[in-house]
Structures are given as C-alpha cells and as structure tokens.
Design a binder for this molecule. Sequence first.
Ligand code: HSE
Length: 307
Amino acid sequence: MVSSITVKAPSSTANLGPGFDVFGLAIDAFFDEITLTKIKKGIRIITDEDIPTNPENNTAGLVVKNMKKKFRVNNGIEIKIKKGIPAGFGMGSSAGSAAAAAVAFDKLFKLKLDKNSLVEFAGNGEKASAGTIHYDNVAASVLGGFVIVKTNPLNVIKINPPTDLRMCIAVPKITVPKKKTKVARGAIPKNVNLNDSVSNLSNAALIVVGFMKKDSELIGKSIVDSIVEPARQHMIPGFVKVKSNALKAGAYGVTISGAGPSVIAFSKNSFDLNKISSAMSRGFKSKNIDCQTIICKPSKGAIHQKK
Ligand code: HSE
C-alpha cells in the first residue's frame, strides 16, 4: 500500500501581458517539491523554509485540509515542503506548492480527479497567501505548458507551447511587501478604457493563435498590455529601462511576470538570450538594483517523483 507520494511542480508566469488572470505559462526556472505521507491523525507540516506551518496559512496545508475534508479522508497527513520557487517575485511560488499538494493528494488517495477539479483545489489553496483566488498560476503549474482559464464555471484549456520559445527573467533583489499580490491587485483600475480593452483583447487573441500555430514571434510580439502593466509598473524600480533594454537587445516582447516584481522577456532559442538577460540586468542597475537573471523554457506540469 502506498503511504507516501512526492510531486514536483514548476514555477509559472501569469498574465503574459494582456491576459490578466486568464493566461499562465509553466516555466522550468524553479520547482517546488511536496511529499505527502499518511500518518495517524492531523495535518503536520515539515519544512526548513521560513513559511507558515499552520495548515490554514500555508498554501499546501490549505489544499490538503480542503481535500481531506471534501473526500472524508480519516488518515492524518504529513506535508514535507521543499521550496525552490522564490516567494513573492511573480514566479508562482504559492501556486507551485498548491499544485504539487493537490496532485500528490489525488495520487496518494487514488482519487483520479479531472484537470479542472485539480486546478480548483489548488486555486483554493492559493487563497492562503494571495487572499483571493486566481487560477492562472495554479493551472499552469498543475497542467504545464500554456493555459487559458475561464471561471464560473472553471474550465482550463492547455496548449503545448512552441519548442523554440524561450524566456529571460530578471528577478530584482528588492524587498517586496508582505501581501504583495494583494497590494499589486489593489493598483489595478476598477474601470477600463474601451480602447485599452480592445487593444488587450486583440493582443490576447493573437497570443492564443501564436501558441496554436507554434509561432514564438507572434506570441512575443503580442505581449502588449495597455491595462495592468501601466498601472503596476511604478512598483518596479527601473521597469521602463529594463523593458526598453530587453527590446533593444532583441526580445520580441517584455512585461511584468504575474504581479511582479520580476520582469519577463519573450524570445526564441536562436536569439542571443545572454545579451537580452544582460540588458535587463543593466536596466535594474540603472536604479542601483541587483538582479538574478534566468533563461528558461516552458515546462511540463506537476509530476509524480518516483523514488
Ligand atoms: N494574475 C495574477 C495577478 C497573478 O496578476 O495579480 C498573481 O500571481
């Protein structure tokens, strides 16, 4: 009888410019690993990281708590968390743990849930850190590839990305506010100008076509957001310079990764990706900020690690 399951889930970038709360892309920059083990009773979180260990306030803990209740599981569960995805930088850190926990729970108790249910349970867990539910990051981390999220009722569509798509990510070494996603969501206007809405809609449609036609150039050049990026960019010192530097260095498109403060440039494997990354670093340096740069590609979703 299986008593322990380990699942590894990738980082992700949400929005991809115009697709606020709708688009997500799993990326192989970082991974979180969750091991669930059956124990006699209760929920016990074990981790070396500086994260909450009360299940209510921990993304993976909340997923397990909700699923345990929903499926009337009598066992206790130990949750071992190994975090690789940096928290608070727009790389889907809470989503990675939530996705891994949902997939691990499904496997451990042989529930065979469909993809929408897994994403829904993982999204509910994300509430522990983001305050509100949005499914873009968790859908990407659970399913991998590029995802389109529709809510009420939840329906997630996955498209396999082009194999030559590459991203350069610059993660600035700045202090982020505690409830960063909540703060960043508060910066978005409540009402949207019609021209901006038309612009975002056309770019979002082209991004979907780009993924369907496996056209990295069309994807990258459609990463243009007239609504959320302008409202949030003031929260990222040096953003304008980082973006213009990356475009000058050859990137197709540049935007904020999720709620930031990481900045993501879209490109393809035949381009000089180190040049784009250095240009982004110089952009942050213009504001005396160091950053970590990562060149990455789309990732598969959460996978069971057979030990
Ligand atoms: N779509 C969400 C936002 C992602 O931009 O607020 C947050 O990780």
